[in-house]
Design a protein around this ligand. Structure first.
Ligand SMILES: O=C(O)CCC(=O)C(=O)O
Ligand SMILES: [Fe+2]
Length: 361
């Protein structure tokens, strides 16, 4: 069985906040990933359960309801099977997943079409998105302190809603098992549920369900994939699995590569893969079930500039931006410019269709 990634679990409610901030920074440097112990204080287990229940209802809604909300260039809405390709250089077909992106809400009202099956839940989705936002702000503040950025609130103030619109997205995801794929769209042994990628925002919060593994991180050697268990050793007794947090490209830019925007992917359960003897990661996978996850991609306001922040630690770091991230070489000016570049690469169809329409007009 593949060795699991050695990602630490941090309890951010600890009394010694200086220690918490330091531990968080070290995890972000070494792994780019950290588990935040779920004490229920930031995001209650019931709120997570509720969000997954809405997600299930959304994906089970009639196709026509979802299609009416098809994803637009504003990155909001529904994308169907194989529509997004997170690793276009290496994937034969798009990701084997379905997703629904929620942009910002105004007074708990969505600013985008929603499938009628979930419109009654609009305020609950908005409230969940707000909980994710508040936790993200706690984390950006801790990172600011841990890195002794001048001022330590630097990252957090770039995320204040008053600064302007941001690319922040709450995303529901559903990955079908191989057995649910039509024979015309069968997955080969090499196919993945989500291609290798780093995240486009500053921080990502990821919620997963027990018994639904599949996420893997690329280790620092640039060659080894390590599974990231939903419930890591030490968290078995907690009310809910820890929230998995990872550094996105923007925090990596802001810190000149000191914080790692680690490449990751989602694979089909190993037991379902051809020729590997039915090994199931962490003994909890049910290869015949749908896999659900929820990601909160936190972004600063669109005009935020992504140059290195004032911090001795960042200044003293000579490593450069992460290897293995093809975008890391490029210096980008603002959060908005960066997001547009990444979306264009992963939604070829959406951008081609629109460009063609423009040419024909
Ligand atoms: O579903 C997961 O576990 C991870 C999804 C992911 O990495 C993403 O959507 O960016
Ligand atoms: Fe991701």
């Amino acid at each position: 069985m593949a060795k699991i990634a050695n990602i630490p679990i941090i309890d951010i409610s600890g009394d010694d906040q200086t220690r918490v901030a330091k531990d968080l920074v070290e995890a972000a440097i070494e792994h780019g990933f950290v588990y935040i112990k779920n004490t229920g204080e930031d995001i209650p287990a019931e709120a997570i359960d509720g969000a997954f229940e809405i997600s299930k209802r959304l994906f089970e809604a009639p196709l026509s309801e979802k299609q009416a909300c098809t994803i637009q260039k504003n990155n909001r809405g529904w994308s169907g099977m194989n529509y997004e390709t997170l690793d276009p250089a290496n994937q034969r077909v798009g990701d084997f997943k379905e997703a629904f992106n929620f942009g910002s809400f105004l007074h708990h009202r969505a600013q985008q079409p929603l499938p009628p099956s979930i419109t009654a839940d609009e305020a609950r989705i908005s409230a969940f998105r707000d909980l994710c936002y508040q936790l993200s702000l706690k984390l950006t503040t801790l990172l600011g302190h841990g890195l002794a950025v001048d001022p330590p609130t630097f990252f957090t103030s770039a995320h204040e809603r008053a600064r302007g619109p941001s690319g922040t997205i709450l995303r529901f995801l559903r990955y079908p098992p191989r057995s649910a794929l039509p024979s015309t769209a069968a997955a080969t042994a090499e196919d993945v549920r989500a291609g290798a990628h780093s995240d486009y925002g500053s921080l990502t919060l990821l919620f997963r369900l027990r018994g639904q593994p599949g996420l893997e991180v690329l280790l620092a050697d640039g060659a080894t994939w390590a599974p990231v268990p939903v419930v890591p050793p030490g968290a078995e007794g907690d009310a809910a699995p820890p929230v998995l947090v990872n550094v996105g490209d923007l925090l990596s830019y802001w810190t000149g590569g000191l914080l790692r925007s680690t490449v990751h992917r989602v694979v089909f359960p190993r037991g379902e893969r051809e020729g590997d003897g039915g090994v199931v990661v962490e003994g909890e996978g049910d290869g015949a079930a749908m896999r659900y996850s929820i990601a909160y991609f936190c972004h600063p306001f669109g005009g935020a500039e992504l140059g290195p922040v004032p911090s001795e630690r960042v200044r003293g770091y000579k490593g450069g931006l992460a290897e293995g991230n093809p975008y890391a070489e490029r210096r980008v000016m603002t959060a908005d410019e960066h997001l547009k570049m990444r979306l264009k690469a992963s939604y070829a169809q959406l951008y081609e269709e629109k460009d063609k329409a423009k040419e024909e007009a």
